[in-house]
Design a protein around this ligand. Sequence first.
Ligand code: SDX
Length: 430
Amino acid sequence: MTEDAFRLTGPDGKVTTLPVRKGSVGPDVIDISALYQEQGVFTYDPGYRATGSCESDITYIDGELGILMYRGYPVEQLAAKSNFIEVSYLLLHGELPTASELEKFDNTIRTHTMLNEGMLAFFKGFRYDAHPMAMLSAVVGSMSAYYHNEMDAKNPEHRDIFAHRILAKLPTIAAAAYKLNIGQPFMYPRNNLNYCENLLHMLFAVPAEPYQIGPIAAEALDLLFILHADHEQNCSTSTVRMAGSSGANPYSAIAAGVAALWGPAHGGANEAVLKMLTQIGDASQIPKFVAKAKDKNDPFRLMGFGHRVYKNFDPRATIIRDMCYKVLKHLGRSDNPMFDLALELEQVALKDEYFIEKNLYPNVDFYSGIIYRALGIPTSMFTVMFAIGRSVGWTAHWREMIADPAARISRPRQLYTGPKERSYVGIDQR
Ligand code: SDX
């Protein structure tokens, strides 16, 4: 390999030069777009472990060093100094806003929080015990039925309105799903409240009496949304890009991202962590479950551990663990058995050879559920909370993809291992 190319010699001796492209930071990439045409072969990378699917300016992660940056700003600094609305502006527009830009953006989000009354009617069609993620993906998808004629993806103003609606309305849809599950009346948003206060109001207020928003609850949610806001080309973000690449209505592309996030290997892990901790029960059972996680014949995995990219630690997990302790202490529940069990499980796993060898550390989902539960949010709503935070990342990536003049439909190839050509056999001869 020279400074800027790989040379590949095919079985027939033909040499193909594959250019190397350099990013602003992080690994270089080999541009293989000429490979099939020149060598008649595809690359093969199931799960895309070593494949860059696109060029992006939005988020950078370094799995070895545990680095996460949004538009170049370390997430630790944003978690300590910023707030979710400001971080959303940064992810969508690429720069931190001035005071007037932030005020305008915040006001715009506050004035897009209501749903069309027809959209609210969908909730009357769901069973009372429908999973909130099922309702979220259905109702977000229905947004394409309300805004299809105001959506010219090539129009920057339409791309802005789309972003504002997704960011503003997901908390309202999420809260409506929760209220359906608990049989309480839907609470309309209050635009005099900030983003997280409004969500808490819609989740926990009732018409019968005033609701006092806990400041620590709003602070914790804001931090969690910052930490969940974006994460490069993860499964759900890649799904949004893939769906959007065909020119599909962007609200449908976001609904596809919601569906992908739901899986327990991805955003559904926070719900799975709480179920796992409940299953473990107490610290005496930890060795048994760690052994199950290591047993190749046992499908059990330690949920909230491991990551495709982070091979030392997930910087978000560290910040969330500290916030978890702060919330529990503030609520007078620092002796929370679930948190104590999680801390003990982390200590045991981090000392275990298997987890060390396979680079398995707590990820973003390991502690977040304990905070949500302490705030009174049920386990079934945990992934919905993840989706609210990630909605701005999905939207930012869709905008980046759709605004790229070189963008084309995503269409991977395959290694075919099925039957070779054969002729049809009549049913009387089978
Ligand atoms: C998120 O991509 C992102 O950025 C995602 C995310 C985001 O912000 O968008 O960070 C959010 O999805 C976090 C991950 C949440 N998922 C979980 O906590 C579920 C439990 N973790 C795993 O299922 C797994 O670790 C993944 C899915 C997270 C990563 O899977 P990979 O990269 O495909 O790794 P792998 O499954 O190939 O595992 C490598 C090895 C395997 O053993 P071997 O086949 O090499 O012998 O590690 C083992 C796995 O069996 N392993 C685990 C394990 N995770 C991996 N063993 C026990 N417990 C686990 N949790």
